[in-house]
Write a protein that binds this ligand. Sequence first.
Ligand code: PMP
Length: 478
Amino acid sequence: MTTPDGFGRGTGIAGAARPPAGAGYPGGPLPGGVPVPEALAHLAGGPRYWLPPQPDRTVPAAPAAPPAAPPGGFDVEAVRRDFPQLHREVNGRPLVWLDNGATTLKPRQVVEAVAEHCATGTSNVHRGAHTLAKQATQVYEEGREEAARLLGTQDAGEIVFVRGTTEAVNLVAQSWGRANLGVGDEILVSAAEHHSNLVPWQLIAKERRARIRPIPLLPDGQLDQDAYRDLLGSRTKLVALTHASNVLGTVPPVAEMTALAHRYGARVLVDGAQAVSHFPVDVTALDADFYAFSGHKIFAPTGIGVLFGKRELLEAMPPWQGGGNMIDSVSFEETSYAPVPHRLEAGTGHIAGVAGLRAALRYLAGLDRPAATGYEEQLTAYALGALATVPGLRLVGDAPGKIGVLTFLLAGTDPMAVAGALDQQGIAVRAGHHCAQPALAAFGLRSAVRASLALYNTVQDVDALVAALQGIQAASAG
Ligand code: PMP
């Protein structure tokens, strides 16, 4: 079945029929007698999908217990002392940073590493037989080794430096995709993907006359595994899958989905942008073919990111950009290329960025990771309970095991206005489509507010958000 958005079968909430024309949504009743949430009334033109009856999250509920002293000694206050930006004010109020899904703050160790490279350690890498070139090269290659450790591969040659997740996916689409996709081949893309794990596939699919097929969502934001199994077939060449959704918080069963894809000979690219800072990742255990993340979402600077690829895949991939650093020898007659990963890294890399990434990953490795993850899980549970006490708040996405990405609507308010009002109180959240329009569309939405947690957030941050939302709600109702 082709839907008006051109995606075909199953882009929306699985099992949910579309409303009959003229159902009057927004402003009228939903099929099945569900009243249209007031919070959606501002949506010009109405949503493209509707939700089956949802659990009523507007009923005040007792918040979950605050995180108990975590085992293994995760000391959130000590961690907070390392992040200078947490101690500034915005609009005359102490900053409450709940925009970690957009980018994370940097510990002073990262700031110092970048400053040191720029102030006294500046040199290019991989060339020049002088001391500073050797030192910069060492920092650069140690950054690669840290990334390999973070992702659970022994082989640092499987780590390609890129600008970020977006560039990583484009690299795979342009290099692997151009070499491996043909007419009628299928790329399965989950409906929860960030645009950066969809649009690069659309571009190459158009060029290769391949086809994108969406893996639909269930009402709580999980990926529909039955539909996924149905979609897989001999034409499936690649599955593009988030490891944690930046809008729903869903953590799909990536290992199981990858194993299924491999049965059909398909490759799997996992977008780890929202995953790596929240829980330990092991690409070997996942058996992911490609795995991408951005440094700036794991406490490192912007402009540096990582693509992991299985060595045999990277070695078979043609260069996607040409230039310095990626060659073995060059002549007008014939050019040969350097081994991976350098073959896929044309030009001077972001050396200061890698210095920052190395510092960020060492910082993280120095923490008790399981304790940090446990703390974040408890804080997320607390936040979900606390948000449920805000009258008129509708949570978008409540899959079990979700990360602390809390996307919501507040009845009778516009998401952008809510974010603006929170900002006045020093609380930073994001509002808008979150670069995941198909995911929001599956919930009948174009825009929502998102508060997103990191390991340095606290119960006090959550309480400040909830109190501010209660105030905004009371003001809009009165
Ligand atoms: N994927 C996900 C899940 C994301 O959250 C983001 C950033 N919001 C990206 C990809 C893109 O990352 P970048 O802009 O750093 O390339």
